[in-house]
Design a protein around this ligand. Sequence first.
Ligand code: HEM
Length: 178
Amino acid sequence: MTTIAYANSYTGYRNPPRLGCDTVALTLLWTEGSTNGRELMNSHRKRLVQESWEAISRDHERIAIGFYERVFEIDSAAPGLFAKTDMVAQRGKFLMMLGDIVRNLDLPEELIPTVSSLGRRHRDYGVRDIDYDRVREALFGAIAAEVGDAFTEELRDAWEEAYALTASVMKRGAHTAT
Ligand code: HEM
């Protein structure tokens, strides 16, 4: 059942992310609520994501602006979802959460409950599974615009994996009753 939900979470991807075998297995454990103490993503990919996020720390605000501009372009549901939102405050909340996720890739026991309840709150905001694919494009577009040529295929793959893990735990959280 979980496997099907996980596989389906990639329908509609233009370039399905190349996930390491460990990540596929661990995402399944993750979505079951435990990783049995094992590592999420391989260390090299985690380091790529963490170091690249740190390297562009001065650009985070611009990334958030570019990200939400793209979300509104790509996702026709966005104007309705964010109709009453203070977007300046929202950019700050998004950046803080993304920073926590990036830092805590090493600490799944911290990350899973936080991301899972974030997903449950998103269900209550009216966010649907399909929105995660659209937002993914918006996020990578915004990061690529700031990182430029240094956004190599290897770096993109590492971010794809981190995003895929996050989105799958959020979606799982959204489908889990509290
Ligand atoms: C990696 C994925 C995402 C992250 C890290 C993220 C992060 C956040 C954070 C930190 C908040 C602040 C409120 C809270 O903590 O509950 C928030 C609110 C929100 N997000 Fe997301 N989000 C993600 C994906 C999405 C997607 C796919 C959509 C759909 C377009 C979306 C739409 C919203 C909406 C509508 C709100 C509520 C705004 C309000 O308070 O008026 N988010 N998000």
